[in-house]
Write a protein that binds this ligand. Structure first.
Ligand code: SF4
Length: 429
């Protein structure tokens, strides 16, 4: 039996529950190992290393994204150097760029794909001083033959995420909203190919779905055991399979699951229609985010998200009629565009009656179809400030959302902090 320290690196100013690590904890425990969790948001810098060393961990696991890779690489080096514990990287960047991860000092190996399927055996091998030949495991000793990714075809065969090592309740507050929130996924992967997105390469294609019974039972457990009131369904693309969605809605309604649920991950507008909106609302959905991305129809088409303005308007109107709160997701700084295009996107977002809109700045990631050479353009501060003022600081919108109970007025300070952090990110040089 080995002790594994799982480190949750800070990714952005948004606190996020480490669902992937919670899934790993479950399989480690099932297979007879122990696990501790270290969240770098709460345990900073050298204290993270001290926590790992004091626990006498046998193996350390850290997920890495393209965005935080340098932070994770330097942490891996420090842990390997000072604690002499093998460090294994997993997550999106390890899945897509195993060679780069293995080239960094202190990385004992990388897990590619669904870590739950191989990590226990990797821990067995590393803590026993040996090695393992497994699909999805690339040890430092064999970096030239990365092989494929580990994929679990039957998601119901995996245990539910452990919600204790990273306590569900410690992450349940929302920066803006009332309620106790927890993430759940009903599927992994995506069958679409939006050109800016690496999710199909990271999580696999075709998409794999959990049984509706398992999803309902997990949500009921979150409610009964932790008092969770709001569930975030964080699938890569929840609406990809209409029949499955309708089946899940039926199951949630029949079970009378007493939680609100939300679709925060930017569903495709072309997957939404009036029937789906009514069904999800009747099953407890309270809010939906639409991945619109650009104000120009030709840009949306070039990104692999074709839909005309009329469709966007209709979907927002039908969603409101069904009683859903609607957020629009947009990307600024898209390759080949200009500041004028970003302003057009901003005006478009204001012309459609979204309740809120989020504007992210495009960043290239490995595994997406847009070539790296198209690079990062950034956005200017004026448009970022206007985007914020047009939504998060709009008295009319905030009053409406507060009256509906979507936003807690006491969270205004947190909203401003969030704005300050966001304003500083992704700004053009
Ligand atoms: S953006 Fe969404 S729909 Fe498009 S490929 Fe990524 S996960 Fe799939």
């Amino acid at each position: 039996m080995a002790l594994v320290a799982l480190i949750h690196p800070e990714l952005s100013f948004e606190p996020a529950y480490p669902l992937g690590l919670a899934c790993l904890v479950s399989t480690l425990r099932r297979d007879g190992h122990r696990a501790i969790g270290v969240d770098l948001r709460m345990v900073r810098g050298g204290r993270a290393m001290q926590a790992v060393a004091a626990a006498r961990a046998d193996v350390v696991g850290i997920p890495v994204c393209t965005r935080n890779k340098e932070t994770v690489f330097s942490l891996a080096r420090e842990i390997a150097l000072h604690c002499r514990i093998p460090v294994v990287l997993g997550g999106p960047h390890a899945t897509l760029c195993p060679g780069e991860c293995l080239s960094r000092e202190g990385v004992a190996g990388v897990v590619r794909g669904d870590g739950e399927t191989v990590f226990s055996r990797v821990v067995d091998a590393l803590s026993g001083g040996g090695d393992a030949a497994l699909e999805g495991w690339v040890p430092r000793s064999a970096p030239a033959s990365p092989g494929g990714c580990a994929r679990e075809p039957d998601l119901d065969a995996l245990p539910w995420p452990d919600r204790e090592v990273f306590p569900a309740i410690a992450y349940a507050g929302h920066p803006l909203r009332r309620g106790l929130f927890a993430p759940v996924v009903t599927s992994r992967g995506c069958g679409f190919r939006c050109s800016f997105c690496a999710a199909p390469a990271v999580s696999g294609t075709p998409r794999r779905v959990r049984s509706t019974g398992a999803v309902v039972d997990e949500i009921l457990c979150l409610r009964n055991r932790f008092g969770i009131t709001d569930v975030l369904l964080e699938d890569d693309q929840f609406l990809e399979n209409r029949e499955h969605v309708l089946h899940l809605c039926d199951a949630l309604r029949s079970a009378g699951v007493p939680v609100r649920w939300h679709l925060p991950n930017g569903v495709r507008v072309d997957c939404v229609d009036q029937g789906i909106l009514r069904a999800i609302r009747a099953a407890g959905c309270a809010s939906i985010a639409l991945g619109v991305e650009s104000g120009a129809a030709e840009v949306r088409a070039s990104l692999g998200r074709p839909c005309d303005e009329g469709r966007v308007r209709d979907v927002v109107r039908h969603a409101h009629a069904a009683g859903l709160s609607v957020t629009g997701y947009f990307m600024l700084g898209l390759p080949g565009g200009s500041a004028a295009d970003d302003w057009h996107t901003f005006r478009f977002s204001r012309a459609i009656p979204f309740d809120l809109a989020h504007f992210s700045t495009y960043e290239w990631t490995p595994g997406c179809a847009i070539p790296e050479r198209c690079g990062r353009r950034g956005t200017d501060r004026a448009i970022r400030a206007a985007a914020y003022l047009g939504f998060y600081a709009s008295p009319v919108r905030i009053a409406r959302l507060t009256l509906r109970g979507d936003i807690a007025p006491a969270r205004a300070g947190a909203a401003l902090k969030r704005f300050a952090a966001w304003l500083g990110e992704g700004v053009a040089d």
